[in-house]
Design a protein around this ligand. Structure first.
Ligand code: SF4
Length: 338
């Protein structure tokens, strides 16, 4: 299958959402120089979970986090992420001291055929490749393990997991490529705590508050002292206490609906045909209703707005080969455009 173009679900999903974005990423091979913060954090947690589930040694995980944020003493952003990742993984190890599954594979890549549903023939142009976070076994049955870092988890979030067609398609490919029958998917959800370190108050802010308290005091005195910034140790303790609350970690098992396999394969085939047509005609149209789909601009917004200006490309984008997520040294999802 080596002469066929390797594609991923991310690519087809992007093509379906906005063909222009797919063109920027997968044909012109451009990515923004500045990586989306949420995706970077999610990638780090994926790496940590892989390390944890491989040998269950928390010191290895914490060391990885420390080395990922070497500039944290002078960079507030790095420090905040270091705190969150550290508290999250320390608490995760505490929450799941033992598992009811056996790990079969971690970060397993696959590559499989894309089939024409009308003829059963294999695509001569494309193959589909992907990487699953894990394959685990419970009582002789196999499940995909899928890690998710979520900003919040509620009924809607869990309901939306049903629309996670990527993992359903992956289950199909894992069955085809490795001959392992997949019973379901275990979603391993870790919620990102929204706590921020206490900033304390400046001398001037304290004087204003003190004056206010004195004005209200019947004795004309106050014991108020200046609020100092929260120490690292205190903030870490507060985060750990947050992670002890229910709902910060959750496991949800969904069983595979095999009826979906056929539909997903047929949809995938259709996308391949449309892509070939776009490439042949050199036309990848823009879907502007997707520019702010996730309440933030698409990663290619600056590029589209400038009409593909070379100057914008030079200053804000770089060339990168697609499908980084398939490399062994990268466990995060590839940056989608949104
Ligand atoms: S900015 Fe809008 S039109 Fe351009 S690639 Fe992104 S979603 Fe598509």
């Amino acid at each position: 299958m080596s002469d066929r173009i390797v594609t991923t679900y991310s690519m087809w999903s992007l093509f379906r959402n906005c063909r222009k974005a797919c063109d920027w990423r997968y044909v012109k091979e451009l990515v923004p120089i500045k990586r989306d913060h949420n995706l970077s954090f999610g990638s780090l947690i994926h790496e940590c979970l892989e390390k944890w589930h491989r040998n269950r040694d928390l010191s290895v995980v914490l060391d990885h986090i420390d080395r990922s944020f070497l500039g944290r003493s002078s960079d507030e952003g790095q420090k905040a992420d270091w705190h969150l990742a550290t508290a999250m993984m320390r608490s995760y190890a505490e929450r799941y001291p033992a598992e009811d599954f056996d790990v079969v594979f971690l970060e397993k890549t696959f590559e499989g055929k894309i089939i024409n549903p009308a003829t059963g023939a294999m695509s001569r142009s494309f193959v589909l490749a992907g990487k699953v976070d894990g394959i685990v076994c419970i009582d002789g049955k196999f499940y995909l393990l899928e890690h998710k870092t979520a900003s919040q988890m509620d009924g809607d979030y869990l309901e939306r997991l049903w629309t996670d067609f990527q993992i359903t398609l992956y289950a199909h490919y894992v069955e085809q490529v490795f001959g392992i029958k997949i019973t379901g998917i275990i979603y391993n959800i870790l919620v990102k705590a929204r706590l921020k370190p206490g900033k304390g108050e400046t001398e001037a802010e304290f004087e204003v508050r003190r004056a206010d308290l004195l004005a209200k005091s019947k004795t004309g005195k106050t014991t108020a002292t200046r609020k100092m910034p929260e120490s690292d140790a205190d903030f870490q303790d507060r985060l750990i206490a947050k992670y002890a609350e229910p709902g910060m970690f959750h496991r949800e098992t969904l069983y595979i609906s095999r009826d979906q396999f056929e539909t997903l394969q047929a949809d995938l085939w259709e996308l391949t045909q449309q892509f070939l047509d776009c490439r042949r005609r050199g036309v990848f149209y823009s879907n502007t209703s997707y520019c702010f789909f996730h309440h933030r601009p698409c990663a290619y917004f600056a590029l589209c707005r400038s009409g593909g200006s070379e100057n914008v490309i030079e200053n804000f984008y770089e060339h990168k080969t697609p499908h980084e997520e398939l490399r062994d040294d990268d466990t995060g999802e590839e940056s989608p455009a949104f």
